[in-house]
Design a protein around this ligand. Structure first.
Ligand code: PEP
Ligand code: MN
Length: 409
C-alpha cells in the first residue's frame, strides 16, 4: 500500500483505478473472482447514463445554491431496491420529490434543484459486519447491488451478477424519469432533476468513469452527483482517491466525530482548483450535538476560503433503537437539527443551501412523530418496510418541508 498523505496524493497520477493503492474498506468479498471480472468487463464498455452537460449543469446549480440563489433538496430511499425498479414506483418517487421541491420553491420564492437518491442508490456501507436474528448470525445486507436482504446464509453471499442488474435498473429508472418529464413537456434540463448515489462500490464506479470526449476531464457517467459517506471519509481512503479524479459534484457527509482540519485537507484534495459547486458539505451531526460540533467546522471552513455549498442531513445523526430493537428516528429531533443548523449558519455568516433527507412517498411507519402520521413506538411495526434506514413517510416529509421552509422564509 502506498502512503497517501496529502502531499503524496497531490503528485501521484490519478486514473479510474488508482484507488487500488489506498486504504479500501466497506467492499464485498466475492467468492468467485472470475465472475466478478466478467461483470466488470461488461460494465467497462457499458453505455453512459447521464451527460457531461447535465453533470455540469447540476454543478452550476449547486454553486448558485451556495450564493443563496437556489435551494437544494437531495432525498430518497436510504437503500433503493431492485423490486422498486418499476415504472409506477419510480414515477411516484419522482413526483413526490418534485412536489416537495415545489413547496420549498413556493415558500422561499427561489428555484429548487432536486437531487434524487435514485437510479443507482444500491450500495450500503454497514457499521456491523454481521446481523443477528433470533440467535443466528449472518453477514449484513449491503444493498441490492451486493447481496440479498433475505435472512438466509446463501442469500447474503455477494454476487457479481448484481453489479449488472444494478446498472440495468439504474438505466431503466433514468429512462423512465426522462420519459416522464418528456411526456409532461418538461425538457429534462428544465426539470432541475438530477440523480445521485453514494460512491461506495469503487469497482463499479470506476467502470462507469470515462474521459470526456470534449475536454481532458473525467466524469462518472453513472449518476450526476456522487457522495462520500461518513464511514469512508478518512484522509487515506481509496474513496477519496477515486473521487478526486472526477468532475461531478461531490457530497461529503460530515458526522459528529469529524475533525475540522481533516475536513479542510479533504476538500483540498477533492477540489484543488476551488471550482464552485464541486463540493457539497452535508452535515449529519445529531440534534443533541449540533451546536457544539458544527460551530468549529463552519468557522474553519469559512476561514479556508474555498467554495462549498452547505446542506444538512438531519436523519443520520438522529437514529436510535427502540426498546424492542427497532431502528428509528424522531420527527422532532430531525426538525431540531435542521433548525439549529440553519441558525448556526446564519450566526456564522454562511448559508444553509440545502437539505438531505431519507423519505418515501409511501405511508410507512418507520420514523416516529409527525402531526398527521403520529407514529408511536407501539405502531412502528405496522408498516415498517425499509431495507436499511428509517424514512420519513409521505405526510411526515410534506410536513417537515413545509414547516422548515415557513420557518426560514
Ligand atoms: C446514507 O446516506 O444512507 C448513509 C449511510 O449516510 P452516512 O454516510 O452519513 O452515515
Ligand atoms: Mn441511510
Amino acid at each position: 500500500m502506498k502512503p497517501a498523505k496529502l502531499n503524496d496524493t497531490q503528485y501521484l497520477p490519478w486514473h479510474p483505478e488508482s484507488w487500488i493503492n489506498y486504504r479500501l474498506i466497506q467492499q464485498p468479498e466475492y467468492p468467485n473472482q472470475s465472475h466478478l471480472f466478467e461483470s466488470l468487463h461488461i460494465l467497462n464498455s457499458a453505455e453512459t447514463l447521464v451527460t457531461e452537460e447535465e453533470i455540469l449543469l447540476n454543478r452550476h446549480y449547486i454553486s448558485e445554491a451556495a450564493k443563496g440563489n437556489i435551494f437544494v433538496l437531495q432525498a430518497g430511499d436510504c437503500a433503493e431496491t431492485f423490486d422498486s425498479c418499476q415504472y409506477g414506483d419510480v414515477i411516484q418517487r419522482v413526483t413526490h420529490l418534485q412536489d416537495l421541491s415545489e413547496i420549498i420553491q413556493n415558500i422561499l420564492k427561489k428555484p429548487v434543484v432536486t437531487i434524487g437518491r435514485i437510479a443507482g442508490q444500491y450500495a450500503k456501507p454497514r457499521s456491523e459486519e454481521f446481523e443477528i436474528q433470533n440467535g443466528f448470525e449472518l453477514p449484513s445486507y449491503r444493498g441490492d447491488i451486493i447481496n440479498n436482504i433475505e435472512f438466509k446464509k446463501n442469500k447474503r453471499v455477494p454476487e457479481p451478477k448484481r453489479l449488472l442488474e444494478a446498472f440495468e435498473n439504474s438505466k431503466l429508472t433514468l429512462n423512465w424519469i426522462r420519459k416522464y418529464f418528456h411526456e409532461n413537456n418538461i425538457a429534462f434540463k428544465n426539470s432541475r432533476f438530477f440523480t445521485s448515489h453514494e460512491a461506495l462500490l469503487l469497482n463499479y464506479e470506476s467502470c462507469l468513469t470515462r474521459k470526456s470526449k470534449i475536454s481532458d476531464n473525467w466524469f462518472n457517467y453513472g449518476a450526476h452527483y456522487l457522495w462520500l459517506g461518513e464511514r469512508t471519509r478518512d484522509l487515506n481512503s481509496a474513496h477519496i482517491e477515486y473521487l478526486r479524479g472526477i468532475s461531478n459534484p461531490i457530497g461529503i457527509k460530515i458526522g459528529p466525530k469529524s475533525n475540522a482540519q481533516e475536513l479542510i485537507d479533504i476538500i483540498k484534495i477533492l477540489n484543488p482548483n476551488h471550482i464552485p459547486g464541486k463540493i457539497n458539505l452535508i452535515t449529519r451531526i445529531g440534534a443533541n450535538k449540533v451546536c457544539d460540533v458544527l460551530t468549529k467546522i463552519i468557522v474553519s471552513v469559512n476561514k479556508a476560503k474555498t467554495p462549498v455549498t452547505w446542506s444538512c442531513d438531519p436523519m443520520h445523526g438522529n437514529s436510535f433503537k427502540t426498546q424492542n430493537g427497532i431502528k428509528t428516528r424522531d420527527f422532532e429531533s430531525i426538525f431540531k437539527e435542521l433548525m439549529d443548523t440553519y441558525s448556526l449558519h446564519n450566526e456564522l455568516g454562511s448559508i444553509l443551501a440545502g437539505i438531505h433527507l431519507e423519505l418515501t412517498h409511501l405511508n410507512v411507519t418507520e420514523c416516529l412523530g409527525g402531526q398527521k402520521s403520529n407514529v408511536t413506538e407501539n405502531n412502528l411495526l405496522l408498516n415498517y418496510q425499509t431495507y436499511c434506514d428509517p424514512r420519513l413517510n409521505k405526510e411526515q416529509s410534506l410536513e417537515l418541508i413545509h414547516k422548515f421552509a415557513k420557518k426560514i422564509n
